[in-house]
Design a protein around this ligand. Sequence first.
Ligand SMILES: C[S@@+](CC[C@H](N)C(=O)[O-])C[C@H]1O[C@@H](n2cnc3c(N)ncnc32)[C@H](O)[C@@H]1O
Length: 251
Amino acid sequence: MSDLLRPRASLRTAVVWEVLKDALERRVKAAGRDALDVLDTGGGSGNFAVPVARLGHRVTVVDPSPNALFALERRAAEAGVADRISGVQGDAHGLFQVVERSGYDAVLCHGVLEYVDDPAEGLRNVADALRPAGTLSLLAAGLGGAVLARALAGHFTEARHALTDPSGRWGQGDPVPRRFTADQLIELVTATGLKVGAVHGVRVFADLVPGVLVDTEPGAMDALLKLEAAAAEQPAFHSVATQLHVLAERD
Ligand SMILES: C[S@@+](CC[C@H](N)C(=O)[O-])C[C@H]1O[C@@H](n2cnc3c(N)ncnc32)[C@H](O)[C@@H]1O
């Protein structure tokens, strides 16, 4: 079973996966080709790359971590898509040292902008990898979700720190270097010249709900997935989402 299809993992990824799958379907129709060229920048061990390849697309994963690329190779083989996935060591800043500029129908940048040295420059490269009319799928950590999670765990000072810190970090021990508001992500994407199509809030409730409620109540997982899908569409929930997803298009 692919990780995206495991019940617990699907709580974290369902919204993004559904939006991405629809966007790829639209691109297939518009391009008039069944198989798209997809680039996954910072794709790691293939959480999204493997399921995208299972849809029949050719996926190139660029990641600086040799360990992640090794795990990607193993997962791709296990999923029977090794012939459609290639892993390349590289990073968002030196992207065109390893992949072609304007060479991809869709580019994924999931959970990466938090870690790059310069988000504006990194995202500009990601956008420049797109062909005309290509689709960007951007996923990044949301500021509000972190503030809420720290506060609900009783870490009020850390919650206030994240709220006022320019990078949205809750303190020295915070493993995430940077978080974003929806407005900041929209501004970064717009500055690359891409047109923002949709913004979704991801994991609005999933990280806050005690696991026992979801695992033991019959039908609770399904109901929570439906609630997440409904809330993702509502701008009011962007400000409390753990992650934000932006779909954008190149002219
Ligand atoms: C949180 S993981 C996300 C992995 C995958 N995109 C996913 O959604 O499951 C962050 C990934 O970004 C990669 N990364 C870190 N710095 C990067 C950079 N400057 N350029 C590209 N990828 C980077 C890491 O090696 C890691 O695989």
